[in-house]
Design a protein around this ligand. Structure first.
Ligand code: DSN
Length: 432
């Protein structure tokens, strides 16, 4: 492709993506859509600048306003999470985790966490799987046992294993995260064995901020890491909250350890998202959880094998469906995408021992953060469940369903739970 052709084509593809998302149902649990003010911050001049170091101690000039914005972001983060210390410099949840591993452990130490199939994040995975903890930081990984029926850490088995393994770090949290983890129940056991306790809140940070999930920093976690763009509807970025005792080692691990420049436009966007969460977060996240429960029930009523019906399906933004009766998660993810329903295939905890692979796993994972942000409530969850049934169970033509999905989406174009919403959620903004 010639340069001008590639230039035009790229810009055209961006606009087509925006058009598609205006007509689709976005259900990826790790995604969200930001407020117009957050998007405005993301295209500001901060994105052209460097600000290595700390506010007031930069190694570059030109940081007068950048410093003030970073201080606002840190203050808001501490307030929102009632944390003693906040570091807003990690550029993603994964780098936040790597910084925490660096601050709390040495290579060769053992960390206990969930396996990826049981809900752990790839940043926690073993060296042989290329995970950040194992392959980059050199940690040995031992798994926290999962109670598969309850889709949660088995407290008694985990307490026993922690006492035997005596790890240097116990990490809670993850990516397939339906119910609050037993941080309160296991922190003392971990600390008595000499372990630090960390909580990866990437998925549930917004729910924690809104008071809808659990409160890890009060339950025994010394460090809470997160990305800032899932249930917390900010820019793609990372953040670490911790005790004041660990502040200095966390700061050093982040800079100069893991980041040089820290994506200053994202820090500005994060400040705005945090301010909007302080104002609207309780109402927003309460609706996310109500919607997730309603979506779980509605899909179950439509005949789908939603996990944990006896536990109300979920206490978070995530719902998981075992689709093995109808095929595999990979094939169904594609069919649903063709119907304008965007979600992801997901390993179920028992998939590896039943011979299923991450490309064609037994599950699909759905999250309600973004549809809630678009103003949808419980009645819309029933409609979404019906669309999904028509693809997964009835095997209807995805193109036919896609047209109905686009029609259904027409009235949900604004971003809710934010100060101003003049620009539509997926409006393409041309500044050339
Ligand atoms: N953990 C991934 C997810 O949950 O989709 C994102 O890093």
């Amino acid at each position: 492709m010639r340069p001008k052709e590639a230039y035009d084509r790229t810009l055209e593809l961006l606009q087509r993506h925006h058009e598609w998302f205006r007509s689709a149902i976005p259900l990826i649990a790790s995604e969200n859509v930001t407020s117009p003010a957050v998007r405005e911050a993301l295209i500001c001049d901060f994105q052209h600048r460097y600000a290595e170091g700390w506010p007031g101690e930069r190694v570059y000039a030109g940081c007068v306003y950048i410093d003030q914005v970073e201080i606002i972001a840190m203050d808001l983060a501490r307030e929102l999470f009632e944390a003693e210390h906040a570091n807003v410099q990690p550029v993603s949840g994964l780098t936040a985790n790597l910084a925490a591993f660096t601050a709390l452990t040495d290579p060769g130490d053992t960390m206990m966490c969930l396996s990826v199939a049981s809900g752990g994040h790839i940043s926690m995975a073993k060296k042989k799987f290329g995970g950040t903890a194992g392959a980059v930081h050199g940690l040995e990984i031992e798994y926290l046992p999962l109670d598969e029926k309850r889709m949660n850490i088995d407290v008694d088995a985990a307490a026993k294993k922690i006492s035997e393994v005596k790890p240097k770090l116990v990490t809670f949290g993850g990516s397939l995260f339906l119910f609050p983890h037993p941080v309160k129940e296991l922190s003392k056991v971990a600390k008595d064995c000499g372990a630090h306790v960390m909580y990866d809140a990437a998925h549930v940070a917004g729910l924690i901020a809104g008071g809808q999930f659990q409160d890890p920093l009060r339950e025994g976690a010394e460090v809470m890491t997160c990305s800032t763009h899932k249930t917390l509807p900010g820019p793609q970025h990372g953040m670490i909250l911790c005790t004041k005792e660990l502040a200095e080692s966390i700061n050093k691990a982040v800079f100069p350890g893991i980041v040089s420049n820290h994506h200053l436009h994202s820090v500005a966007a994060l400040a705005i998202a945090l301010a909007e969460m302080l104002e609207f977060g309780k109402e927003y996240t309460a609706q996310i959880v109500r919607n997730a429960k309603a979506l779980g029930k509605a899909m179950y009523d439509q005949g789908l094998s939603v996990l944990c019906p006896e536990l109300g399906f979920t206490e978070s933004h995530i719902v998981v469906v075992d689709v093995t009766k109808y095929g595999d998660g990979g094939t169904l993810e594609k069919k649903l995408e063709d119907a304008n329903i965007i979600l992801n295939r997901n390993l179920l905890p028992w998939d590896p021992r039943e011979g299923r692979h991450y490309k064609n796993p037994g599950g699909i994972r759905l999250g309600t953060s973004e549809v809630t942000r678009l103003g949808m409530k419980e009645s819309e969850m029933k409609q979404i469940a019906e669309f999904i049934r028509r693809i997964v169970i009835d095997n209807e033509d995805p193109k036919k369903v896609a047209a109905e999905v686009a029609e259904f989406r027409k009235e949900f174009q604004k971003v809710h739970y934010c100060f101003e919403s003049a620009t539509e959620a997926y409006e393409y903004i041309k500044i050339r």
